[in-house]
Design a protein around this ligand. Structure first.
Ligand SMILES: Cc1cc2nc3c(=O)[nH]c(=O)nc-3n(C[C@H](O)[C@H](O)[C@H](O)COP(=O)(O)OP(=O)(O)OC[C@H]3O[C@@H](n4cnc5c(N)ncnc54)[C@H](O)[C@@H]3O)c2cc1C
Ligand code: FES
Length: 358
């Protein structure tokens, strides 16, 4: 069933840096199960700001295993509507519309295993990473974890004290990269480059077969990916979470059902949509996405980022041919199984059918 919003009360707010806060929610006993999550997953929050409904994804920075709190950490973006609202206006006791946890930037943990992990984070990208590290530390006590964390300056390091505490565990080692040399904490001065990445891996050869988790600005993720590709690290070992649109969103990826009349360009299409247990037919114009058409025709489809980064808007193609402008938030298996991100999807056939409830 397509996922919907629920009201949660803000229980606590903690300022982490001058431009980042953690926001914790009270989880009501009656809906407790809805809020079960895995480290690395995110919430979608919805706010009315100056009369506009705005929704954004925020990774859970708490660990379902190590923490009793349940919350996200938000860094204020220059001119950002929602991140500024959360940092400057939201207060304890406020009620927020929250969509239950989603996302595949996660891993199954097993106390009998001890795989190695190489974590790469930049700025607010530490949020899902710290949740993963805390859970791995608790469940897989022999797993070795290396974190490379890039920030502008020491003052912008979110979770500085928590990370220092985690690094007391001899299995966890943390390398700080700071653009500005204003503190002894800087292990490397400058920005992440492919050279720095491959040096870090080569210096720690036991991490050559590690699982890699990366989250940060798109440019930084590109640099890391380039280094991992040169080192021939298997794609199966690389997990990425994008907070902003990737820089490769001009490619078109088609997803079709078995029998379809194919066009090269998006066409006006009558799309049957299965959602919340009901079937509706909507008209999708060539210059709009299936998600935009669904919103315009009042279907209340699930969505969050609208930039192919989160997968909240995922649906399964049952009939027709549909192209995506980007597929960053889908796994290869999901793409193979016919899933699309409706926020960047356009029909190529005059009729199509999709299922949000899959
Ligand atoms: C799956 C997922 C998880 C996320 N988790 C977190 C998280 O844990 N913590 C967190 O702080 N953010 C997170 N984000 C980013 C978050 O959803 C918002 O995009 C961000 O807070 C900016 O929203 P805004 O309304 O303040 O900015 P907007 O008003 O949407 O944008 C204002 C300007 O800032 C630029 N911009 C937008 N996002 C960013 C960004 N992240 N960095 C730099 N510039 C940006 C835009 O291009 C625009 O020019 C996540 C995003 C995704 C998709
Ligand atoms: S709404 Fe986030 S991927 Fe479509």
């Amino acid at each position: 069933m397509a996922i919907q919003f629920h009201k949660l009360e803000v229980e606590k707010i903690i300022r982490r840096t001058k431009d980042a806060v953690s926001v914790f929610f009270k989880v009501p006993n009656e809906t407790k199960e809805l809020w079960n999550y895995k480290s690395g997953q995110y919430l979608t929050l919805k706010f009315d700001i100056y009369g506009n409904s705005e929704r954004r994804a925020y990774s859970l920075s708490t660990s379902p295993i190590a923490d009793t709190d349940f919350g996200v950490t938000v860094k204020e973006v220059d001119g950002g509507k929602v991140s500024s609202y959360i940092n400057n206006t939201l207060k304890v006791g406020d009620i927020v519309d929250v969509m239950p946890p989603l996302g595949s930037f996660t891993t199954d943990l097993n106390s009998n295993n001890s795989p190695k992990y190489f974590m790469w984070a930049g700025g607010s990208g530490i949020t899902p990473i710290i949740s993963l590290i805390k859970s791995i530390e608790k469940v897989q006590q022999n797993s070795k974890i290396k974190l490379l964390y890039a920030n502008q300056s020491v003052d912008s390091i979110i979770f500085k004290d928590e990370l220092e505490e985690l690094s007391n565990n001899e299995n966890i080692s943390i390398t700080h990269i700071l653009e500005k040399d204003n503190d002894d904490l800087a292990d490397i001065i400058g920005r992440i480059t492919p050279n720095i990445c491959s040096e870090q891996i080569k210096k720690n050869p036991e991490f050559l077969n590690a699982e890699h988790f990366m989250c940060g600005p798109a440019g930084m993720m590109d640099q890391i990916t380039e280094a991992l590709n040169v080192l021939n690290i298997s794609k199966n070992l690389i997990h990425k979470e994008l907070f902003t649109a990737s820089e490769n969103q001009d490619k078109l990826i088609s997803k079709d059902s078995a029998n379809s009349e194919e066009n090269a360009e998006p066409v006006k299409s009558e799309v049957t949509v299965m959602i919340y247990g009901e079937e509706h037919t909507i008209t999708v114009e060539p210059d709009e996405t299936i998600l935009q058409a669904g919103i315009r025709q009042n279907l209340d489809p699930p969505f969050s980022c609208q930039i192919a980064a989160c997968a909240t808007c995922q649906a399964k193609v049952l009939d027709g041919k549909i192209e995506m402008e980007a597929d960053d938030a889908l796994t290869e298996d999901e793409i193979e199984d016919g899933y699309v991100l409706t926020c960047v999807s356009h029909p190529l056939t005059s009729t199509a059918k999709i299922d949000y409830d899959y």
